[in-house]
Design a protein around this ligand. Structure first.
Ligand code: PHE
Length: 349
């Protein structure tokens, strides 16, 4: 046996062995190890080139070419096997780690208007149709606007109705109602006719319970002009009640006392839960109180810059939270400002 057949034979045997091992490999680490063994710098194939002197001179080119051919074939086989292993790993992971692209995405949390804001806007739009504009007045008020100018002098017992939060600044407090805005609007517009709604937050020093909260919204209604009568007050408020609660709603007026109106009253609507028969919502009365109202007191008109002998007007104050409570059967007023989203999101539609 010549040197030539020996080296060629070695190469053939090597290729056979390498190929057999390669087809059995199924992971990248083993593949890399195989590559080092059979195609690395010190692999038998590469060593053949060093060993060429063992063969007769004239045979060496052929052996070299053969070794090259084996090397290229092994490389090609390696690449093929590597691609197959990669493909296999991919389809295995696709099988195991199922990705369901039909699952709906996560909904981003959507904000919504607070229930009180929704009711406020409803009230604005009803009064806007009757020609009333929104007039903003401050939540932090002076004793003068909150009481004095509204015909509630210091030490007047009526002040007990509106106990409030005082600031450390003498005579400055959080308003207890939106009525101070009446005088502000009058002083702003005197002696033009006025039709405004004054919305916003009010504060009272209250022991809180299911029907008392220390902050709440009010909407004040004010109309000033010549020849405005109690009939205008009744007509406007009855129309409001119909638009807010439905055309068939019945209303009634009861006399009541507020120092800044004369005569003063409160308006009730027939309980829409029991239609006047009496139930737990209306405390068996059949009627629900929804607002305070009256003809603007001459003293207040004068304080606002209107001569009570020439001008007259009416005012009313209603509570949007109360309207929402009646409409949605909310039984605790503290829910409005407790910031519990479980409550708030029920009205976010
Ligand atoms: N300001 C009164 C209150 O808070 C309500 C009211 C407004 C009454 C206007 C009469 C006229 O109770």
């Amino acid at each position: 046996m010549s040197e030539k057949t020996n080296l060629i034979g070695e190469l053939e045997a090597l290729q056979k062995k390498a190929k057999k091992e390669l087809t059995a490999l199924d992971n990248p680490a083993a593949l890399q190890a195989w590559k080092r063994t059979y195609l690395g710098r010190s692999s038998p194939v590469m060593q053949i080139f060093k060993r060429l002197p063992e063969a007769p001179k004239e045979e060496r080119p052929k052996i070299g070419q053969f070794a090259n051919k084996i090397k290229n074939e092994l490389e090609a086989q390696f690449n093929k096997q590597e691609a197959a292993v990669h493909q296999q790993a991919l389809s295995a992971s696709l099988q195991q780690e199922k990705l369901d692209v039909t699952l709906p995405g996560r909904q981003p949390a959507r904000g919504g208007l607070h229930i009180a804001t929704q009711i406020l806007r409803e009230i604005y739009s009803i009064f806007a149709e009757m020609g009333f504009q929104i007039y903003r007045s401050p939540e932090v008020e002076s004793d003068a606007y909150n009481f004095e100018l509204l015909n509630i002098p210091a030490h007047h017992p009526a002040r007990d109705l509106w106990d409030t939060f005082f600031t450390t600044e003498e005579g400055i407090m959080l308003r207890t109602h939106t009525s101070p805005g009446q005088v502000r609007a009058m002083r702003d517009f005197a002696t033009e006719p006025i039709r405004v709604v004054l919305p916003g937050m009010c504060y009272r020093y209250e022991q809180t319970d299911a029907s008392h909260e220390f902050q709440f919204n009010q909407v004040e209604l004010l109309a000033i002009g010549k020849n405005i009568t109690f009939a205008d007050l009744k007509g406007t408020l009855e129309d409001f009640a119909k638009r807010m609660y439905g055309q068939n709603v019945r209303t009634r007026f009861r006399p009541s006392y507020f120092p800044f109106v004369e005569p003063g009253g409160e308006m009730d609507i027939e309980c829409f839960v029991c239609s006047g028969k009496g139930c737990s919502v209306c405390s068996r009365k059949g009627w629900l109180e929804i607002l305070g109202c009256g003809m603007v007191h001459p003293v207040v008109l004068r304080n606002g810059g209107y001569d009570p002998d020439v001008y007259s007007g009416f005012a009313a104050g209603l509570g949007p939270e109360r309207i929402a409570m009646l409409r949605y059967h909310i039984d605790d007023i503290r829910d409005f400002w407790a910031n519990d989203v479980r409550f708030l999101e029920q009205f976010s539609g």
